[in-house]
Design a protein around this ligand. Structure first.
Ligand SMILES: NC(=O)c1ccc[n+]([C@@H]2O[C@H](COP(=O)([O-])OP(=O)(O)OC[C@H]3O[C@@H](n4cnc5c(N)ncnc54)[C@H](O)[C@@H]3O)[C@@H](O)[C@H]2O)c1
Length: 328
């Protein structure tokens, strides 16, 4: 796995990029200002903007990126830099991993969710029809460079969405970090987001450690799917039904964590009261905790989840905060 770095400015990024020739940047149009800054300081000539909307997380966008690389005469020495949130890093990482059978790439994640989760760990991919991340590869970025500066332009909702993946990590690994985070997060806004540096670093360290021990999700890495079985089902349901406002990925994961905490209690993994505590903490941090539909309506998506094996739906259960268990 490549380096995972968090800094308060981009100066080290420019130094790193100077080591590469043939750099092609693909960025989320919503972070054009940062992308322009990076391109100018690092001398990047070729760049392409994408609309990093969930509805564009598909093969059409991947092919557009491949066509851009081809039009630029990018050969197998190409180095692709993705600048944007998790939608961008997933799409661009995937395109780079298949263009000419794979070229090198790196990420500059610009959302909290991407900094603590999506840009780390080598999972790249796009959606197929309404099913999330169904097409993809395990391909590792040469480096991931997080900087807190872009987080200042995030909407409060997108900032809060990142809390879900951060809290997910702490539910898995540490009650101490979890309690620290739920005490701090309710008062964070894009203006004072730099207070999160230590928690971002702790989340990255946790995920990096898991991925280094189990890069291809044969065992331990499965724990990172906590909340995602229901979370992906919620996202599928909202894409296939008329909804006024769809949940973000982080919001869907928050709902999924509460559902699986309830399931953990029902099946005797956890003591009564766990789901209620997690739901109250998530709500205090600004996250939703209720399903948008009756649980039965999610059955089709649960059975199609890509984590399933032999038709069995896979869950990560919570024993207590800091301790989880998953179905083999
Ligand atoms: N590969 C993985 O391991 C992994 C893990 C978790 C999530 N994901 C994926 O990540 C995606 C969600 O990522 P996300 O929450 O970063 O969403 P996103 O990339 O869609 O970004 C959310 C919104 O914020 C905007 N944005 C991005 N950076 C900004 C900035 N600095 N200032 C202002 N606006 C900005 C985007 O344009 C978008 O409108 C999902 O597709 C999910 O499947 C992947």
């Amino acid at each position: 796995m490549g380096d995972v770095i968090v800094r308060s400015d981009f100066s080290d990024l420019y130094e790193r990029l100077k080591q590469y020739e043939n750099v092609y940047m693909v960025y989320d149009r919503n972070v054009e200002t940062f992308a322009d800054e990076i391109a100018e300081a690092a001398g990047i000539q070729a760049s392409m903007a994408i609309d990093a909307d969930g509805s564009n997380k598909n093969m059409d966008t991947v092919l557009d990126i491949c066509r851009f690389l081809l039009a630029m005469d990018a050969d197998r020495r190409a180095f692709v830099l993705a600048v944007g949130g998790g939608t961008t890093t997933d799409i661009v990482g995937f395109a780079a991993s298949i263009y000419k059978r794979g070229v090198r790439f790196a990420f500059v994640p610009t959302t909290l969710l991407a900094q603590v989760d999506a840009s780390i760990g080598g999972k790249t991919g796009v959606n197929l029809d309404s099913f999330k991340n169904l097409i993809g590869t395990f391909s590792f970025a040469e480096f991931t460079y997080s900087c807190t500066a872009p987080l200042r332009t995030l909407s409060q909702r997108d900032l809060v969405s990142g809390y879900a993946e951060m809290l997910k990590s702490f539910i898995i690994c540490s009650s101490e970090l979890y309690e620290k985070a739920v005490a701090v997060l309710p008062s964070v806004t894009p203006d004072n987001v730099s207070v999160l540096v230590d928690l971002i670093q702790a989340t990255q360290d946790f995920k990096t450690g898991v991925v280094e021990r189990d890069p291809h999700e044969k065992g331990e890495r499965k724990c990172l799917n906590l909340g995602h079985t229901y979370g992906h089902a919620v996202e599928w349901w909202e894409q296939t039904h008329e909804c006024e406002v769809e949940h973000t990925h982080g919001e869907a994961v928050a709902i999924g964590m509460v559902k699986v905490a309830e399931l953990s209690e029902e099946l005797g993994y956890a003591q009564k009261g766990l789901a209620q505590k997690i739901a109250a903490d998530l709500r205090r941090c600004g996250l939703p905790t209720e399903l948008p539909c009756p649980a039965e309506d999610l059955a089709e998506a649960l059975t199609k989840d890509k984590k399933n094996v032999g038709g069995k739906v896979k869950f990560v259960y919570i024993r207590e905060i800091g301790k989880v268990e998953w179905s083999a």
